[in-house]
Design a protein. Sequence first.
Length: 203
Amino acid sequence: MKKKNILVMTLSLALVAVVAIGATLAYFVSTTNKVENAFSASDGLAIDLNEHNYIQNTNQLGTDEVKANTYKDIYPNKVVPKDPFVSVDTVPTTGADIFVIISGADDDLMSLNIDTANWTKITKEDGVNGIYKYNASVKATGDLTPVFNKVTFANYSEKPASIPSISLYAYGIQSEGMSGNDTTSALALTALNAKAGTNFTLA
């Protein structure tokens, strides 16, 4: 009888001990230092549109970057150099899609040798006027290939009453991260039409 009681006591103590140990283990805690999730915004996008200065007496381009050139003494079949190019000064990690709009060119009076290897027209209107997209997402800073590098005048028989000016604007937008159904081409179309006062439509 005593042995049974001793055994029961021993088991009871063992159970109590286990419970006590279990209760003690429940209070073993450890606290870490705060973990900071650091977020850094991508660099912005900065572009510029220039061309090299035109030297009238040699019919050549110089090395200075300018916003506009004046061409005098235009005659039939004359070819003049003109090289509008986009400079990418800051580019985000997403890359950038670059667009240029051309307006004001008279297709009956002049032609532009668009660099179709690097620039693709994305608007459907006939003629040289329209919006052109650089064929690759731009990942690095620097000057892009000129949209065109010369203007050739037609073999007109009578002096034109006036020769229209060619206007260009450039637009850049991040290549990725568009929301909803937005596309870079659609956003460029809206922005450049507003800037140039045109009404081009996407092809």
